[in-house]
Design a protein around this ligand. Structure first.
Ligand code: SF4
Length: 293
């Protein structure tokens, strides 16, 4: 996307930042007049991988931009606890009572939080991102919207270095974005969790947040289905929030190519019948259930 096309967004983003958190956009860290708040903002919890942050260059494996080269930054922490979650190292801490499908494996243990998180400033994260020849950044987790102020600080730095950056965020749709965060985001990949996730409905479906995403033209909706019966819930959500078919992506639950393939046929038939999009988990087919790819 050319810079000219995004001029309006550039101005909007720049104006909103000046005078809100920083006195000057240059060397803003030194000139911040809200020092106590900023010292909080500039520490972000990133998932740890091999003693470093889980920041990697790969392809987007799911949804509208499936196949697009992308940089992923994986934040830690989640406000849900899906039983099949494949990033359980961002939330399934020792001492918690949450169940996980891997509990059946004697070798599986909950995670020690301090061993799974890297605290980084937004400048340090930006330096990692800027190493890659790519302008599509995927904010993922965990639940990224638990750290909106921190992401805003990162996006500001990246976007000021090049306003061709495209920011898409993977969210479970339970937290409403704040206006300044929203200003930087180009696309919300909203994945409301169904009963198959084993979260209580009152936790996984937040009407105010879902209504926000439904009204935002930046949102697409990605539903993870395990069995054909799950589709009844998807239909109810589509009806409640009046979601157009072209915004809907149906995705199989699974962490192995075999898992995904067995669910493809009936999911594709549903997509054909209702005019929805099918999305695979391309990274699983290419790399398997590995982290950092
Ligand atoms: S919302 Fe996402 S990160 Fe959080 S537990 Fe569910 S699948 Fe995992």
């Amino acid at each position: 996307m050319g810079k000219g096309k995004r001029g309006g967004k550039r101005e909007a983003r720049g104006e909103r930042w000046e005078g809100n958190f920083y006195g000057n956009s240059e060397n803003h860290k030194n000139q911040c007049y809200l020092r106590p708040l900023f010292s909080y903002i500039c520490s972000m919890k990133i998932a740890k991988l091999n003693d470093g942050p889980e920041i990697f260059y790969t392809i987007q494996g799911e949804g509208k931009n499936m196949g697009r080269p992308s940089i992923f930054v994986r934040s830690s922490l989640c406000n849900l606890h899906c039983i099949w979650c494949d990033t359980d190292y961002t939330w399934n801490w020792e001492g918690t009572r949450f169940a996980h499908v891997k509990d059946a494996d004697p070798a599986y243990q909950k995670f020690r939080m301090e061993e799974q998180i890297v605290e980084m400033t937004e400048e340090e994260i930006a330096a990692e991102v800027l190493k890659y020849p790519c302008k599509n950044l995927v904010l993922t987790g965990g639940e990224p919207l638990m750290q909106q102020l921190e992401w805003m600080a990162l996006m500001k730095i990246l976007w000021e270095s090049d306003n061709d950056y495209f920011f898409e965020v993977e969210t479970n749709g339970t937290i409403k974005p704040i206006p300044l965060f929203n200003m930087y985001i180009d696309q919300y990949n909203v994945s409301p969790k169904l009963a198959n996730s084993h979260n209580k409905e009152s936790l996984r479906l937040k009407p105010e947040a879902l209504a926000y995403f439904a009204e935002s033209p930046k949102s697409i909706f990605k539903f993870v289905l395990n069995k054909e019966e799950d589709f009844t819930e998807v239909q109810a959500l589509i009806h409640t929030y009046q979601l157009a078919p072209n915004r809907i992506y149906l995705m199989p639950e699974g962490t192995s190519p075999a898992d995904l393939t067995t669910k493809q046929q009936w999911l594709v038939e549903l997509c054909k019948q209702y005019g929805f999009n099918y999305t695979d988990r391309l990274h699983v087919h290419i790399y398997g259930a590995k982290r950092g790819v």
